[in-house]
Structure formats: structure tokens, C-alpha cells
Design a binder for this molecule. Structure first.
Ligand SMILES: CC(C)(COP(=O)(O)OP(=O)(O)OC[C@H]1O[C@@H](n2cnc3c(N)ncnc32)[C@H](O)[C@@H]1O)[C@@H](O)C(=O)NCCC(=O)NCCS
Ligand SMILES: Nc1ncnc2c1ncn2[C@@H]1O[C@H](COP(=O)(O)OP(=O)(O)OP(=O)(O)O)[C@@H](O)[C@H]1O
Length: 212
């Protein structure tokens, strides 16, 4: 008889600097596997084939003086609110997403086959890209705006930087509605860790949205 697969797949979403990685590290420390889509997408920007495709699509100006891809230059090209920027974002996604999708799927399959207790799927465009169907639960980070501004500023991000990216994503009200849990990250990092440990201890797929 085949053993029942007990891996719990948790999709985590939330704005940049809202605590997703902090949550993912807690899950890792409890025997989970963290799949970090931003990191995977970043790795693709060093691939020679990807670089050639990007230069062909966006021009040589996207390369820094050392020949590496300038993420800031690409961000400026794709996150404007005009149609041309939107078209460029779609082009960028058509180059990066098939590769990231394959890698994420393969890591999901491997971790599940190895019987990982948890997989935490940290994909900023999780709902937009259709990963929802492979998750048992979706956790959505929420953070009080003033605290969020401080954390973003520490990373050198302005609210404008955040807004220009979020205009290309589903609205947060919709993301929260489709989540199993909303994690309010308004206390200390230790409070957040404790919250996550509690959630893991009682984790079962749940059909409705709750506030933790
Ligand atoms: C445009 C790029 C070069 C900017 O790099 P940068 O280091 O400034 O940002 P980083 O990759 O760390 O992303 C930070 C945040 O931006 C937002 N963001 C990134 N890509 C997208 C996108 N395609 N649509 C909307 N928001 C996005 C997300 O909230 C993400 O968490 C980079 O984001 C990228 O290559 N994006 C395309 C790949 C992608 O869609 N990645 C997201 C998940 S796979
Ligand atoms: N409750 C908190 N109190 C203080 N600092 C926090 C809190 N939560 C997160 N941080 C800090 O804010 C920064 C961003 O957190 P983290 O990296 O977990 O966010 P993220 O959502 O994964 O960001 P990104 O999407 O950009 O990777 C980190 O330096 C983290 O230590």
C-alpha cells in the first residue's frame, strides 16, 4: 500500500518587506522546504541565453559596465504605468516565467517525493501565476503602513517603487480574500516567529479566511 503524502504546501504572499522570508525561515527551521521565486528569477538573469534574449528585446542599455544585467534598468523599463511599459513587462515575463515555473515545479515535486513536512512556496505572483491550485493553504502577510514604510526605507525602497510594481498585481483585498490566513505582522520579529510556530502546530487546510 502506498503511504499517504503528508506534505503541507503553504503559499505565502505579501508585499516586499512584509516578513515573508522571516516566516519562511521559521517554516524551514521546523522541517520545511522554502522555495523562493524571487531568488530563482534573479538567478535566471545570469544565464547567457536569457541575457541575449533581454538585450535583443530591450537593448544593450540594460547591461551594466561589467556585462551583468542591471535589474534597476529593467525595473524602470517594465514598471511604468503606460502601455509600452506593460508590453515590456509581458515580454520580460515571457522570457523569465517559463524557466522559473519549471524550476519551482521541479523543487515542489522533489520536496514532496522526499516527504517534506512542509513546503513554503514564496512566489510574489502566486495567485496571478496559477500556483494556488498546488497549495493546501495560502498565508497572506499584512503590515501596518507606517511600519511597512520603515522596513521598505531600510531596503532603499520608496512607496512609489512599491506602488509601481503593485499596480501590475491583483489588489490586496482580492489576495486576502483568496487566502486561508492573514498574518498581521505588527509586533516584533519574535512575535511573528511565535505566531508562525502556533500556526504550524495547528495547521490543517482550511477553506475560509481567518485573521491570525
Ligand atoms: C524587474 C526585475 C529585474 C526587478 O528586479 P528587483 O531586484 O528590483 O526586484 P525583485 O526581483 O527583488 O522583485 C521585488 C518585487 O517586485 C515585484 N515584482 C517582480 N516582478 C514582478 C512582475 N512581473 N509583476 C509585478 N510585480 C513584480 C514583486 O512584488 C517582487 O517581490 C525583477 O523583478 C524581474 O526579473 N521580474 C520578472 C520576473 C518575475 O515576474 N518575478 C516575480 C516572481 S517569479
Ligand atoms: N515584525 C518585524 N519587526 C521588525 N523587523 C521586521 C519585522 N518583520 C520583518 N522585519 C524585517 O524586515 C525586513 C524584511 O523582512 P523579510 O525579508 O522577511 O520580508 P519579505 O516580505 O520576505 O521581503 P522581500 O519580499 O523583499 O524579500 C527584514 O530585515 C526583517 O528582519
Amino acid at each position: 500500500m502506498t503511504e499517504r503524502n503528508t506534505t503541507l504546501v503553504i503559499g505565502i504572499i505579501g508585499p516586499p518587506c512584509s516578513g515573508k522570508s522571516t516566516v519562511a525561515r521559521v517554516v524551514e527551521s521546523r522541517g520545511g522546504v522554502w522555495i523562493d521565486a524571487d531568488a530563482i528569477a534573479k538567478e535566471q538573469l545570469s544565464d547567457a541565453e536569457v541575457i541575449a534574449d533581454l538585450v535583443e528585446s530591450f537593448g544593450i542599455a540594460i547591461l551594466a559596465s561589467d556585462g551583468s544585467v542591471s535589474r534597476a534598468q529593467i525595473a524602470d523599463l517594465v514598471f511604468g504605468d503606460d502601455d509600452e511599459s506593460h508590453r515590456r513587462l509581458k515580454k520580460l515575463e515571457s522570457i523569465i516565467h517559463p524557466r522559473t515555473h519549471r524550476i519551482i515545479q521541479s523543487r515542489l515535486d522533489t520536496a514532496t517525493a522526499r516527504g517534506a513536512l512542509y513546503i513554503i512556496l514564496d512566489v510574489p505572483l502566486l495567485l496571478e501565476s496559477g500556483w494556488e491550485s498546488q497549495c493546501d493553504q495560502i498565508w497572506c502577510m499584512q503590515i501596518e503602513p507606517a511600519r511597512h514604510r520603515q522596513l521598505l526605507a531600510a531596503r532603499g525602497w520608496s512607496e512609489t517603487e512599491l506602488a509601481r510594481r503593485e499596480q501590475r498585481q491583483l489588489p490586496w483585498a482580492e489576495k486576502r480574500r483568496r487566502s486561508t490566513w492573514v498574518i498581521q505582522n505588527d509586533g516584533s520579529v519574535d512575535d511573528l516567529r511565535e505566531k508562525v510556530v502556533r500556526m504550524l502546530n495547528q495547521s490543517r487546510p482550511a477553506p475560509t479566511t481567518h485573521r491570525s
